[in-house]
Design a binder for this molecule. Sequence first.
Ligand SMILES: NC(=O)c1ccc[n+]([C@@H]2O[C@H](COP(=O)([O-])OP(=O)(O)OC[C@H]3O[C@@H](n4cnc5c(N)ncnc54)[C@H](OP(=O)(O)O)[C@@H]3O)[C@@H](O)[C@H]2O)c1
Length: 263
Amino acid sequence: MAGSLIGGLIADGWNPASIRVSDTDARQLERLSQRFPVTTTTDNNRAVEGADVVVLAVKPQVMKDAVQSLAASISKQQPLVISIAAGITEPTLRQWLGEETAIVRSMPNTPAMVQSGATGMYANPYVKDDQRSVAESILRAVGIVIWVDDEAMMDAVTALSGSGPAYIFLFIEALQAAGLELGLCRETAYLLALQTAFGAAKMALESEEDATMLRQRVTSPGGTTERAIKILLEGGFGELVSKAVHTAAERSRELAKEFGDNQ
Ligand SMILES: NC(=O)c1ccc[n+]([C@@H]2O[C@H](COP(=O)([O-])OP(=O)(O)OC[C@H]3O[C@@H](n4cnc5c(N)ncnc54)[C@H](OP(=O)(O)O)[C@@H]3O)[C@@H](O)[C@H]2O)c1
């Protein structure tokens, strides 16, 4: 995820010389510096030294260990801290880093790897307006950004767009499987399913009309689409998606609690 962010920032015109990357894994740094002319170090404190913005991009399970050695320099320098870790709440981060730390908690998703991510962001009250703009421009380098005012909404963002690419992949798999059953070859069915998902999303993004209207427009009375949509709706498609997303939000709340409790 950090590699995607760095790639997006450089493609967006940020100066690579202003980016310092730290990772405990020297081979990971080696691979990264072959791709981008950024400064690398295995010493997290050196990466943070003098930084205006610190992006925390380690797995949630190792976040506490990773940030505790940074607490002193972060309290002293007061940079903006952006966390992309799932499930680590802003109060938990403040407890680890210092009570008055300016923190933006964000939830990107994997299409960030191709600069088409969707990121939800929450800023705590210590984040100044200019820091909010910087946080937004960093995450916007890998896709769209939406802000939420209430941190609890990050569970909804996680359940919808964080986990969302997997739901879409599942739908693409199901379309491909159905195409195979109808006699198409594997590659053709896959390509048709993929391009259809991409084309539909692109069309909806570029349209003034919402998805419901667009769906109704392509559903001619008595036609093939109408028959298929009827089967999906009668089979409880909407309820099933709703149940799945609610369950993901519930799991997000549970994980936040687990990470918070394990301090
Ligand atoms: N991937 C996603 O779809 C996605 C979406 C939204 C948010 N996120 C969040 O993004 C964060 C990063 O996820 P990822 O998939 O990019 O993880 P990742 O591939 O494991 O990258 C994290 C890197 O940090 C290194 N690291 C571990 N401990 C460290 C420490 N103490 N100091 C410095 N570096 C350390 C890891 O090295 P080792 O490999 O040696 O441990 C690894 O190279 C996670 O918190 C995740 O919740 C991910």
